[in-house]
Write a protein that binds this ligand. Structure first.
Ligand code: SF4
Ligand code: SF4
Ligand SMILES: [Zn+2]
Length: 265
């Protein structure tokens, strides 16, 4: 397997993965989406809520606030031997505000500075006049298998790496394919009087070029063992953390299968 990074920023990474098949890349995609754990608010103790929003709705909203996650310093709740919650498995976020104002995610005060809201400007509720809200929210690790609030990815997808071939014997250099391509993948080189594939990774395989070529000179296919793999996160984890954790999980699953089959033989 060969992996190269096509692009990367704080919450998005695009990789080119070569030498694997669809089951492998799809397993990786699904693990990134629903098996890599993140922190999210799971319990809310509401001490005071004068606002017009019901406690349950407020708790649901709080649960959907993405939280920065440090996988090194926190363990899953069901692996902790504490009776209730403790700093090893849970993080408490406090909220105490008085109106008139709009209360935002940034008003939550976390007891652990590594676990804070990713965005400060998510509106939670409005307090009018002298209305007050006071609560304690408990965040813990979970996975998207349990609830979407624990999904670290907002997008986890792959596509075949496009293979665009131009048959120079048949091509009459009419440039129609380059003009009609909606993604700027093809360019007509006037000097050489030929079509160039300038940005194959941007091809969405719509095959407009194939339909428009009267000479049948152009073909577009997906390469069987090469993929463009994209991960976008909600900011709870860095995209490379999501992929490396997913690879560890996949390796762990594979190891279990190996051990099982060895035990059977
Ligand atoms: S449309 Fe067909 S014939 Fe015209 S330049 Fe493209 S590949 Fe060549
Ligand atoms: S398949 Fe679509 S996107 Fe790809 S090169 Fe042809 S026209 Fe452009
Ligand atoms: Zn604990």
């Amino acid at each position: 397997m060969d992996i190269t990074t096509k692009s990367r920023d704080d919450d998005k990474i695009i990789l080119i993965i070569e030498g694997v098949d669809v089951p492998f890349v799809n397993a990786l995609r699904r693990i990134c989406m629903v098996e890599v754990p993140t922190m999210a608010i799971e319990e809310v103790d509401v001490y005071k809520n004068d606002s017009r929003i019901f406690d349950e709705v407020l708790a649901h909203r709080l649960g959907l606030v993405p939280l920065k996650t440090d996988l090194e310093s926190i363990i899953p709740r069901d692996e902790c031997d504490c009776e209730d919650h403790c700093p090893r498995c849970s993080v408490s976020l406090l909220l105490k505000e008085k109106g008139p104002k709009t209360v935002y995610s940034g008003d939550l005060t976390s007891q652990d500075n590594k676990v804070t809201p990713v965005h400060d400007a998510i509106p939670l509720l409005k307090l009018r006049g002298e209305e007050e809200v006071e609560l304690e929210a408990i965040a813990q690790l979970g996975t998207g298998l349990e609830h979407a609030k624990w999904q670290p990815t907002t997008s986890s997808a792959y596509k075949y790496y496009p293979l665009i071939t131009i048959d120079t014997e048949k091509c009459e250099a009419c440039a129609k394919c380059a003009t009609e391509c909606p993604r700027g993948v093809l360019e007509f080189d006037e000097k050489e009087n030929k079509i160039l594939v300038v940005d194959p990774e941007n091809c969405n395989m719509c095959k407009t070029c194939v339909k428009d070529c009267e000479m049948g000179a152009i073909t577009v296919e997906g390469q069987e063992d090469k993929f463009i793999f994209k991960i976008e996160t909600d900011g709870s984890l860095k995209p490379e953390e999501v992929i490396s954790t997913a690879c560890d999980i996949l390796a762990g699953k594979s190891q279990k299968i190996i051990e099982f089959t060895e035990g059977e033989s």
